[in-house]
Ligand binder design. Structure first.
Ligand SMILES: Cc1cc2nc3c(=O)[nH]c(=O)nc-3n(C[C@H](O)[C@H](O)[C@H](O)COP(=O)(O)O)c2cc1C
Ligand SMILES: [Fe+2]
Ligand SMILES: [Fe+2]
Length: 402
């Protein structure tokens, strides 16, 4: 498969260097992403130097050097800004510095220095910068803003004062390989946003309070932003505020209409039958069910479910009892939901053969994380007429209270 690389001068002297990673199946080795992802590095070339912002994953290091070489000699890089040490952006650093003869200063937050040392066993020339510090390079004033936990503690953003470009690294990024570079086309943006939602939920959902805090920090700085140039996905120049507002809305857990997430696990179909009753009731009452089924035929990816959870109005979890506990896949999923998703109202459905454990176990876990348990319906085996009525009542209450 040939590698797709997009190298484009998007402002005078400012280049996007984007590689489309069509090989990756599991982001962070965890999250199923059939839609794949891009890594966006940026290069600013001026009369008195050149600055590389971030980089690509380790496997694409040689390709990055080649692309830079098409614009300028990598030896002439004067600065490499490492906003974030996660190797999807810093993996290429050792080879880039080697190609540069280790002449460039590595600009990073003090927290990043020992991380770079321990990840890559290199000790380049560092220029450690703190929140709000400005450097002058490549004829531009570059202000570094510390945005902790977006996505790691060392993470910074750059603001190019002259160009009015914000380079926020992971923040304001998303999965998938957009057809275009920019947000110019409505259809491209519409197609892309579900991959942003999935990315936020899986990658930075745990740090959602920091999304809000850092967006407020940026607002407080009153930056005049004409372009948001993230490290994944689309570059925002037509409507940069859209992606900032969308991030905030996701971090706050605002529901997308009447979406109700329904996740059912079932070994032999008994709970599956009950979950179908719940889905029918959701739809009868005007909700939109986003439903996922674990059974002997399917195991939907956690990444998709978590992505749908973050902007759901409420959640229905249906699981049988398994070895005196919860059907393991739903149990594992709930562990992720309580970490990554803002609290939502929940209805629990539990089935058992001799001694039910689902309602108690899941309620405890969810309530401890601030989720409101609107109801828990437990029944033996398959749902009876009476159980079906209790399920419908539970759904009605859930919709009323969400
Ligand atoms: C592997 C396995 C383990 C189970 N463990 C328990 C258990 O510990 N306690 C219990 O009450 N029922 C247990 N059951 C019974 C199921 O919870 C019960 O039959 C339930 O209705 C199954 O629904 P399902 O077909 O949707 O999976 C177990 C069933 C299986 C197949
Ligand atoms: Fe990251
Ligand atoms: Fe990243």
């Amino acid at each position: 498969m040939s590698l797709r690389i997009l190298c484009q001068e998007i402002e005078r002297g400012f280049y996007l260097l984007r590689v489309d990673d069509e090989r990756v199946n599991y982001f962070e080795g965890i999250w199923s992403i059939p839609e794949r992802v891009t890594y966006n590095a940026y290069l600013l070339v001026g009369d008195d130097g050149a600055v590389l912002f971030d980089g690509w994953k380790t496997v694409y290091a040689d390709d990055l050097i080649e692309v830079i070489g098409g614009i300028m000699s990598p030896r002439d890089l004067t600065h490499v800004i490492v906003h974030h040490v996660e190797p999807d952006h810093s993996g290429s650093l050792p080879k880039v510095l080697e190609a540069n003869g280790f002449r460039a200063e590595v600009v990073a937050h003090p927290i990043a220095k020992p991380m770079i040392g321990s990840f890559y066993k290199i000790s380049p020339k560092f220029r450690l910068v703190r929140d709000g510090e400005e450097i002058s390079a490549a004829g531009e004033r570059i202000r570094l803003i510390h945005t902790p936990w977006l996505h790691w503690p060392e993470t910074m953003m750059s603001y190019l004062v002259g160009h009015k470009i914000l380079i926020p690294c992971d923040a304001f990024g998303g999965y998938s390989i957009p057809r275009t570079i920019f947000d110019d086309n409505d259809e491209v943006v519409r197609e892309y946003l579900p991959s942003v939602r999935k990315y936020v939920a899986t990658v930075i959902g745990f740090y959602r309070q920091h999304i809000i805090r850092n967006i407020e920090k940026l607002q407080g700085l009153q930056l005049d932003i004409s372009i948001v140039a993230p490290a994944h996905g689309l570059v925002w120049r037509r409507n940069p505020q859209l992606i900032i507002d969308y991030y905030r809305s996701l971090a706050e857990g605002h529901p997308d209409g009447n979406k109700i997430l329904v996740v059912s696990g079932s070994m032999y179909g008994l709970m599956g039958e009950a979950a179908r009753i719940a889905v029918e009731e959701v739809e009868r009452l005007g909700g939109r069910a986003a439903s996922y089924w674990f059974n002997d035929l399917e195991q939907p990816p956690f990444s998709e479910i978590i992505g749908d959870a973050i902007d759901s109005r409420a959640i229905i979890l249906a699981a049988p009892t398994y070895e005196a506990g919860v059907y393991p896949l739903i149990d594992n999923l709930v562990d992720l939901i309580v970490k990554k998703i803002p609290p939502k109202p929940v209805l629990i459905l539990g089935s058992y053969g001799w001694a039910g454990a689902v309602a108690r176990r899941l309620s405890e876990k969810l309530a401890a994380a601030g989720f409101k348990i609107v109801g828990a319906v437990e029944f033996k085996g398959s749902p009876s007429e009476e159980d079906a009525r209790r399920i419908r009542d539970g759904v009605r209450k859930l919709l009323e209270q969400s």
